[in-house]
Design a binder for this molecule. Structure first.
Ligand SMILES: C[S@@+](CC[C@H](N)C(=O)[O-])C[C@H]1O[C@@H](n2cnc3c(N)ncnc32)[C@H](O)[C@@H]1O
Length: 247
């Protein structure tokens, strides 16, 4: 069974409204590439972001989970959806913008995988194109270890989520969804997802040379550090010297 198989049906209900992320991405595009026409999302999941971005942009989403893509096909009917591994994909197109949001890059469990993802992004971005992604910092992942479970209830279902340190720099996000069937009868969906914490300096060094850093920001606008919660990065394809005139 692939990751997110049991989670897909409940994902949007558990994650809630995504308009803040959509606004943030639109903000980066408005600031750095207002003429953008096409966008690729890596790890698009249920298509919530693609649906919010698609009126103005031709959107494509890649995900390896057929269950998440099945939801995305309904949520974002205008999106082109591709089942693929975001660390090793090849599409016959270049995009003005590529995004990888909601700690999706942390799902890649080896840093070698992050490097091949960055290479795929470089190959698929138009010259001067925009690469926007976010990460859960190593500090946040460590802090979440030992925190009490997150609990939620909806439509008779109960959700229990824990984050625990695992081998090396990995954390295990375990989401147990007790789906209410009838009376006192529940079906358990037990989703185990690993996230890799990577120091920010390692991420910056891996992108330097092929991408130009435009902006880094923390979720609450506090100074960016490995102890921040989530960090958003905006990069431009190519070193500063290759930036197209007028952009
Ligand atoms: C946290 S969800 C985020 C979904 C979406 N980006 C959003 O913001 O709602 C992570 C998604 O990444 C996908 N994913 C994880 N690793 C992947 C990989 N190597 N290749 C493609 N998709 C992957 C999962 O299937 C899941 O749908």
């Amino acid at each position: 069974m692939t990751d997110y198989a049991g989670f897909a049906r409940f994902y949007d209900r558990i994650m809630g409204d995504r308009s803040e992320e959509i606004d943030r991405i639109q903000g980066y595009i408005g600031k750095y590439l207002p003429g953008a026409r096409s966008l690729l999302e890596l790890g698009c999941g249920t298509g919530a972001l693609l649906a919010g971005l698609s009126p103005g942009l031709a959107v494509t989403g890649i995900d390896r989970s057929p269950d998440m893509l099945a939801v995305a096909a309904r949520t974002a009917p205008d999106a082109r959806l591709v089942q693929a591994d975001m660390t090793a994909f090849s599409l016959p197109a270049r995009f003005d913008v590529i995004i990888c949001m909601f700690d999706t890059i942390n799902h890649v469990q080896s840093f070698a995988g992050w490097l091949t993802l960055f290479s795929c992004v470089h190959e698929h971005l138009a010259a001067g194109g925009l690469f926007v992604f976010d990460v859960n910092t190593a500090g946040r992942l460590e802090r979440l270890d030992g925190m009490p479970p997150y609990l939620d209830e909806f439509d008779g279902n109960t959700v229990v989520m824990t984050v625990r340190s695992a081998a090396g720099a990995l954390s295990l996000w375990r989401t147990r969804i007790f789906e209410w069937l009838h009376d006192d009868v529940y079906r358990l969906h037990d989703e185990r997802i690993y996230e890799l914490g990577v120091p920010l300096a390692t991420i910056r060094a891996a992108l330097a040379g092929r991408f130009e850093l435009l902006e880094e920001a923390s979720l609450d606008s506090s100074p960016v550090s490995d102890e921040s919660d989530r960090i958003f990065f905006a990069y431009r394809h190519g070193p500063a010297s290759t930036r197209p005139a007028g952009s």
